[in-house]
Write a protein that binds this ligand. Sequence first.
Ligand SMILES: Nc1ncnc2c1ncn2[C@@H]1O[C@H](COP(=O)(O)OP(=O)(O)OP(=O)(O)O)[C@@H](O)[C@H]1O
Ligand SMILES: [Mg+2]
Length: 245
Amino acid sequence: MLRVEGICKTFDRFQALGGADLHVGAGKIVAVIGPNGAGKSTMFKVITGHLKPDAGRILFLGEPISSLSPHEVCRKGISMAFQIVNIFPRMSVFENVQAAVLSHRGQASNIFSSAAKMAVRETMEILESVRLEKRAASIAGTLSYGDQKVLEIAIALSTEPKLLILDEPTAGMSSEEAAVCTGLIRKLTAEHGLTVLFCEHNIELVLSLSDEIMVLQAGRTLIQDSPEAVQQSPAVREAYLGGAA
Ligand SMILES: Nc1ncnc2c1ncn2[C@@H]1O[C@H](COP(=O)(O)OP(=O)(O)OP(=O)(O)O)[C@@H](O)[C@H]1O
Ligand SMILES: [Mg+2]
């Protein structure tokens, strides 16, 4: 579904990515791991068109996408939830998702229908898929941190993506919240056919959730393989897990 080849990205003179490769098969859950500053968020921003790569190719469903804007990448079927929670805290949970659905459809300013009645069914379906339907009327800013991150996933789903990219989905969550979020990611792939690419510092969660793991080190791909093969790789143990795994 997604193929990233030799991506490079330099900020001023600092090279954040120096030849990152990644492939994501349809229906898979693929994790990117690597220490702070390895370039994980930068790679996701390059894939989604928020940053332009200096070199390399990105193919999505066989088509090059590296020259597209974030909006165009989204239209092709890639949606991302960012590392920092990014919701409208004073709007209800329902309104947050509804606004995203309407904006994706280009209907935000349709003067012929009352906005409140638009996309109600689609919005509720998305909230049900992430199990937030009972919180639909709550003000988003009053949700627990874990539920706010789940709401952000719901907003990302409103553009009907084929590939969902999650930048540290469980960062800052309690272990109970992280377990709920992990279950949600599994459910979205199993029941909704979504493909998921995510990065995460919680290695146990990564090992239990992923079909494949890519290890990014100083902007380069060290390895991409099954969780078992990555765990056993001497290069990974030395470079990233410090021989402790
Ligand atoms: N806009 C920018 N301008 C300058 N340097 C940047 C910019 N964005 C990222 N960097 C640098 O690029 C490197 C990679 O950053 P990136 O955020 O991609 O790392 P990361 O792997 O996501 O780290 P973390 O695990 O801490 O989220 C870091 O050294 C960072 O300081
Ligand atoms: Mg990051």
